[in-house]
Write a protein that binds this ligand. Structure first.
Ligand SMILES: N[C@@H](CCC[C@H](N)C(=O)O)C(=O)O
Length: 304
């Protein structure tokens, strides 16, 4: 019998931010950045904006401390193999996988991430404004942090000859949010936008471009750290919602009532609220589209 490695995977997406899901409950898999990049390659691999390893919190050194609160840990990697703290679309897809695999039931659950524990609600029949199979999933994304500019000055985002002032928003991972006149001004986004000062983002950043669509309604494009332009970014949409609310003079902590925005992304729509205690809540679809096994001979070369 061959001792070539075997690896089961699923493919899923949330508003077309797509992921390869790798169940590894006992945390046995060593996935190097190069192996993740090969698996996420859209031509020579399975293809995805990122890879999500599903590990029991008790089996992962970064999650053991959260095991009492959350049984499962989302080990998220960008498509270039780099590690990220959090993925908003990914955590909904993660929850959908757990439900589909019979590891949790619809309703309330908690998931451990590098940005901390996230509380999730899997709606049973409510499509939450989506027509996605399985309906909507709501995630409590934690509180946004909006660091004031440091000694090196305010954040600026530039693409070609265009440049814009940007708002630094931290959703567990870093974002630079720029309000633009037209989403096409961001160009083809093959390369990462220039973000200055570099000292604001020592570990790089995701960049969002935002336009108004109507009252409490915006649209965005995103260039993701470690993945390039994607069709959606959940943490990015939350950062956009909070930056837009502040620009519009809305602050639930001061106003004492929640504020809700619709955020359109190229791959669909997310509905995001900020509550008076500062918690940001995101609702959107999460779909599993395929399930299979990597070819053992190919995997052998990918893991080498
Ligand atoms: N697509 C994700 C964010 C994934 C991580 C990001 N690229 C980073 O490096 O911070 C989302 O839906 O939030």
């Amino acid at each position: 019998m061959s001792d070539a490695p075997r690896l089961a995977f699923l493919k899923g997406h949330g508003t077309e931010n797509d992921f390869v899901i790798v169940p590894d409950p006992d945390g046995r898999l060593e996935l190097s950045p190069a192996a993740v990049a090969r698996i996420c390659d859209r031509r020579a691999g399975v293809g995805g904006d990122g890879l999500i390893r599903v590990v029991r919190s008790s089996a992962h050194p970064e999650a053991r401390g959260m095991a009492d609160e959350a049984e499962w840990f989302m080990d998220y990697r960008n498509s270039d193999g780099s590690v990220a703290e959090m993925c908003g679309n990914g955590v909904r897809v993660f929850a959908r996988y757990l439900e589909r695999a019979g590891l949790v039931e619809a309703g309330d659950l908690a998931v451990a991430t590098r940005a901390g524990v996230r509380r999730i609600h899997i709606a049973k029949d409510d499509l939450g404004g989506t027509d996605a199979p399985g309906g909507a999933i709501t995630v409590q994304m934690g509180k946004a942090a909006l660091p004031e500019p440091g000694a090196d000055g305010p954040v600026t985002v530039a693409v070609g000859e265009h440049s814009w002032p940007a708002r630094h928003v931290d959703m567990g991972n870093p974002h630079a949010v720029a309000f633009v006149d037209d989403l096409d001004q961001a160009g083809r986004l093959f390369d990462a936008p220039a973000v200055t000062p570099g000292s604001a983002y020592p570990h790089g950043t995701n960049v969002e471009f935002v336009v108004d669509r109507g009252p409490r309604h915006v649209a965005m494009r995103v260039h993701e750290r470690g993945s390039g332009e994607t069709r959606s970014c959940g943490t990015g949409a939350c950062a956009v919602m909070v930056a837009t609310a502040r620009r519009d003079g809305a602050d639930p902590a001061a106003d004492g009532h929640p504020v809700t925005y619709t955020v359109d992304v190229p791959g669909g729509r997310l509905v995001i609220s900020e509550l008076p205690d500062g918690t940001v809540e995101m609702t959107g679809p999460a779909v599993i589209v395929a399930e299979g096994e990597l070819d053992p001979a190919w995997l052998d070369t990918a893991l080498a």
